[in-house]
Design a binder for this molecule. Structure first.
Ligand code: ZN
Length: 449
């Protein structure tokens, strides 16, 4: 392991201190039209909740059954739509497009890892070439809290707090988490000590959570493939619970007008357990009645869990907050893959199945469905506009005016601005202990050739 992360991070901190001084000089903190934290009067604070693979196909029946009361409340107070996505539906690409409002050729994250001199290197945060929403909002004087977002390790210096997403195999998968013994997972670094008790608590509560999602799973009753499917999924329950706890802590203790959190579990469960939920969806599925009973409801149970998380975040919001729930793509039943490494997967998103978007709050049209679905690039411009800031000219999306109430739009034309480019990192990726294992796993899964 090398320690490039540490000196780099120190340099980033000092650059950031300079930026803060400059920002303070340009924007007097107490301009009359501004409230503390930088939100202009009448504009929204924004809570952005990323739900990987969230899909109306499963959400709607659950809402009808009254099982997602918090999301239902947001829908009643908001505007919903399908969200168009891109190919490949690879998490690092799309979540960076959502955060930057830009295509992958602009933000530079085109896969889980890149090839340099014949070797794969996982993408690290310094390799995201475009500035994110939190970068731009900080420049505009707005504090930002970010938890669990893709390609945020090592945690960057920002005006606010960050809990990064470290992708490693210790969690037996290819979504990020918080793991022990890896440096720079939070900004500021000392925040890690504050969330350490939450990680411990999440670990202690894991068995109960597993039972809530899967029911009681006996020791020896599963065949080998199903057993490993189940065992390999536990990490994602833990990962989401840690992000949920950390997000509640950070936004509760250090509230910021912009707050973003990412949850990956619905995607992971969907890939692995779809065939138990819809055994009729492919003649190639082999599912016993017992397996169907044991695992047929876990994906839906997980949506219910996520609705509870959303409710917890709602409790931190005030009447000026706009909630934006988004997924990077949807999911549906697929026959077993011909790729032997992922032959077991049954839910997938190989054809850019549409995701979801739900905006909700006082500045959003109530109980509305958009006829023309927006796309993943529209989220960042819409957030900048709702928060009262100019949209980056270089973004590839547009502000979702159809979702915003007329009273808000009146006298507020969309302002455009050419935000400065991100200074490009001259260093390569930042190495860490889990790299070799990660690359091997991604290759095995067919994500890398
Ligand atoms: Zn997926």
């Amino acid at each position: 392991m090398n320690t490039h992360g540490i000196p780099r991070s120190a340099a980033a901190v000092s650059r950031f201190a300079l930026l803060l001084l400059l920002t303070a000089a340009i924007h007097p903190a107490c301009a009359p039209e501004e409230t503390a934290g930088g939100a202009a009067k009448g504009t929204s604070k924004v809570f952005l909740i990323g739900i990987d693979a969230g899909d109306w196909y499963l959400l709607d029946p659950l809402i009808e059954q009254g099982r997602l009361p918090h999301i239902k409340k947001l829908i009643d107070n908001g505007t919903r739509s399908l969200l168009m996505t891109i190919l490949p539906t690879s998490s690092p690409i799309i979540w960076n497009s959502i955060a930057t409002g830009k295509t992958m050729d602009k933000h530079g994250i085109t896969n889980f890892a890149r090839m340099v001199d014949g070797e794969y290197q996982p993408y690290t945060s310094n390799l995201v070439r475009a500035r994110t929403l939190w970068d731009l909002l900080n420049e505009e004087g707005v504090k930002t809290n970010v938890v669990g977002w893709w390609t945020t390790w090592p945690a960057q210096a920002l005006d606010g707090k960050m809990v990064s997403s470290y992708v490693s195999l210790t969690q037996r998968g290819w979504k990020g988490s918080v793991v022990t013994d890896i440096p720079n997972q939070t900004y500021p670094v000392a925040l890690f000590d504050e969330i350490t008790p939450l990680i411990k608590k999440a670990k202690e509560e894991l068995p109960g959570r597993i039972e809530r999602i899967f029911g009681e799973v006996g020791e020896n009753e599963l065949n080998e493939a199903t057993r490993s499917n189940f065992e390999d999924t536990k990490w994602c329950l833990l990962s989401d619970e840690i992000f949920h706890q950390a997000a509640l802590y950070v936004q509760g203790k250090y509230p910021a007008p912009f707050f973003a959190v990412y949850l990956g579990g619905i995607d992971v469960l969907g890939h692995r357990f779809w065939k138990y939920m819809e055994p009729w969806a492919s003649v190639e599925y082999v599912v016993t009645e017992e397996e169907r009973k044991q695992f047929g409801k876990c994906i839906l149970n997980y949506y219910e869990l996520v609705d509870g998380f959303v409710g917890d975040f709602m409790a931190l919001a005030d009447e000026d907050t706009t909630f934006i729930l988004v997924s990077d793509h949807g999911m549906k039943a697929y026959p077993p893959s011909s790729n032997p490494y992922i032959a077991d997967r049954s839910g997938a998103h190989d054809n850019a199945e549409a995701g979801i978007i739900l905006l909700s709050g006082k500045n959003i049209e109530k109980n509305r469905r958009l006829k023309r679905p927006p796309n993943i690039y529209d989220i960042a411009p819409t957030i900048l506009y709702l928060m009262g800031h100019p949209v980056d000219e270089a973004m590839d999306g547009r502000v979702l005016m159809n979702a915003i109430v007329e009273e808000f739009e009146a006298g507020r034309p969309v302002q455009m601005k050419r935000y400065a480019d991100k200074p490009q990192s001259e260093e390569g990726f930042i190495q860490s202990e889990g790299d070799a294992e990660l690359i091997e796993r991604l290759r095995a899964l067919g994500y890398l050739k």
